[in-house]
Each structure stands twice: as C-alpha cells, then as structure tokens.
Design a protein around this ligand. Sequence first.
Ligand code: NAD
Length: 415
Amino acid sequence: MEETNLMKIVEKNLCSCTQELSITPEMEALLKNPMRELHVALPIRIDDGSMKVFRGFRVQYNDARGPTKGGIRFHPDQTIDTVRALASLMTWKCALHNLPLGGAKGGVICNPKALSPGELERLSRAYIRSIYPIIGPDQDIPAPDVYTNPQVMAWMMDEYSKCVMKTTFGAITGKPLAVGGSEGRLDATARGGWFAIEEAARGLGMSLKGATVAVQGFGNAGSYAASLAGSLFGCRVIAVSDSNGGIFRREGLDTEEVMRHKGKTGTVVGFPGSDSITNEDLLELAVDILIPAALENVITGRNAAHVKAKILAELANGPTTLEADEILSSQGVHVIPDILCNGGGVIVSYLEMVQNFSMDQWSEANVHSRLAERMQPACRAVDGLSRSYGTSPRRAAYTIAVKRVVEAMRTRGWL
Ligand code: NAD
C-alpha cells in the first residue's frame, strides 16, 4: 500500500541523501528523531456554557542551527505524526535557506470553522499558556499555518506577553502590522514560491508570460500565489479551489475578484462566470504550472500519471507522495520541492523577528529585496547540485540542508 504517513515520507527523503553525505546510522538516528515534544490538553469554555477539551502539540525537532521555528496548525485531522513531520520539514527548510534557525511545528486538533470568534480566541490563548515555558524569541518562535491567521497570532503574542509579563513581539511571527508584524508577510510564502518558479522556468527555457496556472487551496499561500501569477509575470490562472471545491475558466480568472468573492461568501465556489471543478480534476488539468497550496498527500500514485503540468510548485508542505514523485520524475515534470518552494514564509517570519529585535519597521520594498536575497541562492544551489549530480531537486535540497545541520551538530560537539 502507498505510504501516506508524512513522517515516513520525510524520513525516506532524508535518508535518500545520507549515503552521499557519509552519515553514520547513529547520526541518522539523531536526524530522524525530534528533540522535544509537548502534548497538552486544553479545556475551553464553549459559548453554550459547556466545557470541551482539545488536544494540542508542540514539536521542537532540531535546534542545532538556532532557536526552533514553525507554524501552528488548527485542523480536525491533526495528528502528532503530521506535526512531527512538519517540524522535521521546517528544520531542513530553515537550513536550506541558510536561516539561523532550527525547525518546530505546533498543532491543535479542532475545527476552527465550527468555533465562534470568542471560542477561537480562548483556544489560541489556552494553547500558548500551556506551551509558553518552552517557547520564546530565543527558544522557539511560532507562526501561522493552516487555519490560523494574523489575528490568532496577535492573541498568541498577547498571551505570551502576559505570561512573561513583558510585551514580546519577537515571540510570534505572522502578526498584524499594528503589533510588530512585518510588511510583506501576508504574501511572503507565495512571493517566495514565485521566485522559485521563475528560476525553474528559466532553467527549462519556458516563458512565464501567458503560462497557464492552476492553484489548489485558496488560503494564505494559494490566494496570493494566484494573484501574483498575473501581477508579477502575466500568467493566466485558469483554476483555483478550496475545501468546498474548485472553479475553472479557460480564459483566466480575475483573482482579485475571486478573493473578494471568497471574502464575502467564504468560498471560491460559485464565482460568477466560472465553471465548477473538483479538487481532484484541478490537479489533472492541462496547465503549465500546478501549485498545490492546501494539504499533504494530494498527488499520489493514483493521480500522478495524469498530472500534465511542466512545473509542479509545492507551496503546500508534503503534497507529493514518494510513489508520485517517481512517476512525476519519469514523466519529466519539474518538481520544486516544498522545502525550497514555500521557504518565503519562514524567511519573512525571520525578517519579522529581526525587526522586532531591533525595534524597527522596514518598508515593503526592503522586505521584498531581502526575501529575494534569501530565495535566489537556495534556488541556485539546488539547481546546481541537482544538475551536477543528475539528481532530483528534492534530493539536492535535502542534501544541502542536511549537510548544514550535520555540520552545526558536529561543530557543537553533538556528534
Ligand atoms: P490557510 O488555512 O490559509 O489555507 C488553506 C487553504 O486550503 C484554504 O483555502 C482551504 O479551504 C484549503 N483546503 C483545505 N482543505 C482542502 C482540501 N481538502 N482540498 C482543497 N483545498 C483545501 O493555510 P495556508 O497557510 O495557506 O497553508 C497552506 C499550505 O501551505 C500548508 O501545507 C502549509 O503548511 C503551507 N505553508 C504555509 C505557509 C504560511 O506562511 N502560511 C508557509 C509555508 C508553507
């Protein structure tokens, strides 16, 4: 049966490069295990007066290169294995982009769509009260992920500040501008992804002007990816989707209007002038660029052979299974791996921390150019290694990242 446990998939990807790096089984054991995990139970008063207990996690995977960093996901299907895998991915992502950070991730098993704003705020604050002794600006810095947003980050920063009795903007990133957020954070993941797509297209000799694009997931990463496709490169976005379904328009969608429609109705579905499409069919459309920007395991052994895109840009974490990866590679699809493609989010989160530490606020143009300064070397290093060793961009990306983490562990005397 196909492996869909993200932790196992990440481990396998990790191991694919360890031989090349002469990594011993002992070192590998260290690389495959999270340093620290905290499991918490969160009793929350529901609006009807009853009490409900939610379960949450924070996994700090590896801090050899610096304080750990990673988002917090609120999702009904959250599992500790997924949080571990996402924390592992953060470790390799931060190393690949040469950030002085390790990797972490957090999660709460809940359906935020079924919570009132008050319940969501109480849950966000309770989660931080439970984990605050192990987080902080020089220890572990959370950020948004699926179904958490800048408002949730503001409550979390506020709760952390109350716990330590001092306003500590640098403890959480992805905050609104009014409370120490950074210009350019909202579209950072998407903008970084487009840097990676631009580099890949250049390598393939492909023009982006007029290229067709489909985006699965229309949240923070996906909606900005769709809107930047047109505004930065003149691409034509022909399909987008969210958890309710997808929309398709061969002539191209007005993505700003789709954003407004989603803002009003809560979904992209029903956008005037578009046809309906399922999330599954969207992945198999004849497009130049396919951007999965929702959840893991969407491109599998079942549908990979039907993917027609030339570039698959993994804005989501872990969208491609191992089996799918092999199939895509044999079909000549250029896969930009998640740890490279979606690094823009953590890069600008890091820039937000730096601004918070120095009590500063940079212009959007400054943030954009610093984002490019971090994305481009990572893209070029992955491309260079993958060409010289004739290996996939994913394997090249892991090799660069793991080498850096191992070097830090050796230098610190852990190995
Ligand atoms: P989000 O909550 O803002 O948006 C998620 C989107 O996915 C929503 O539009 C939702 O409707 C859609 N979705 C959920 N289930 C779906 C399904 N089964 N089929 C299709 N669409 C579905 O989350 P986000 O922050 O945009 O994160 C999306 C992905 O990007 C995740 O894998 C996340 O880990 C990754 N990512 C996010 C950031 C960031 O800065 N936000 C950074 C790096 C990676």
